[in-house]
Write a protein that binds this ligand. Structure first.
Ligand code: NDP
Ligand code: 8X3
Length: 252
């Protein structure tokens, strides 16, 4: 039977590219996100382009009850999740800590940390039952070096890194792989969301160099799932060639 991947945040950016990449490689796909219209559109596209099976689940990962309900209500044939990609996430604002909004901080912590934990906890019993599985958590170069005005976004991504390390240890006995992938700057809706719809400010982030694309990240993430059962990539940083880390980007 074809393998199954569950991808959070599949309505845009990395998540959408990941859904396409896994579908092109014969996976059955579970896509999730909050924007129902986009989920329905992507579901149609994946089915018609790749002739694969696709289920879409619309929920907000910050809502603990709804997240558990959506995952627990998956039909039994869809509960055999081989790969879980915790991708849903965002940055809200880019401000000095003393000037930043507490609501933005709550949003980032609730989505990037607590949401990731809820989805993981809901999917884990399916993997444990089958004594196999691969969890891929999307962190960021922001987990590795904190940058000015990055404060809580960087903290949430450091948390993703620490959570991945902890899960890797605790899940050894269940033979479940845990990979953390830390991409650098990639042009998606990320900056538009961060700057609350200010397209000009968002575009400036990617000016003067070739940033990563969502497809680049999907390619790398997919690669980590192609290795033999005894091989696990634990932690992987991927940036465009113009970027050394979350602080240094060469715009030449
Ligand atoms: P996008 O803004 O393009 O996509 C984000 C996705 O997350 C959307 O599908 C969105 O769906 C989903 N999402 C956000 N909040 C929630 C929520 N509360 N519940 C459910 N889904 C949610 O960003 P990217 O694709 O660039 O980002 C994906 C991940 O990669 C994030 O975790 C981000 O932090 C990380 N990252 C991004 C980098 C970049 O430069 N782009 C670099 C490094 C890491 P919807 O709105 O429909 O709910
Ligand atoms: C997103 C990339 O550089 O804005 O994680 O932190 S960055």
């Amino acid at each position: 039977m074809a393998k199954t991947v569950l991808i959070t945040g599949a309505t845009a950016g990395f998540g959408k590219a990941l859904a396409e990449k896994f579908a092109a490689n014969g996976y059955r796909i579970i896509i999730t996100g909050r924007r129902l219209d986009r989920l329905e559109q992507l579901q149609k596209e994946l089915i018609s382009t790749y002739q694969t099976e696709v289920v879409s689940c619309c929920f907000d990962v910050r809502d603990r009850a709804k997240t558990f309900e959506a995952i627990q209500l998956l039909p039994e044939s869809w509960q055999a999740v081989d790969v879980l990609i915790n991708n849903a996430g965002l940055a809200a604002g880019r401000d000095y800590a003393d000037e930043a909004s507490l609501d933005d901080w709550d949003t980032m912590i609730d989505t990037n940390v607590k949401g990731l934990l809820y989805v993981t906890k809901a999917v884990l019993p399916f993997m444990i039952k089958r004594k196999q599985g691969h969890i891929i958590n999307i962190g960021s170069t922001a987990a590795k070096e904190v940058y000015e005005k990055g404060n809580i976004y960087c903290a949430t991504k450091s948390a993703v890194e620490a959570i991945s390390k902890g899960l890797r240890i605790d899940l050894l006995r269940h033979k479940i792989k845990v990979t953390a992938i830390h991409p650098g700057a990639a042009e998606t809706e990320f900056s538009l969301v961060r700057f609350k719809g200010d397209a000009e400010q968002a575009a400036k982030v990617y000016e003067g160099y070739q940033s990563l694309t969502a497809e680049d990240v999907a390619e790398v993430a997919f690669y980590t799932t192609t290795l033999p059962p005894h091989v696990c990539i634990n932690d992987l940083v991927v940036t465009c060639t113009a970027q050394a880390n979350s602080i240094y980007v060469y715009k030449g």
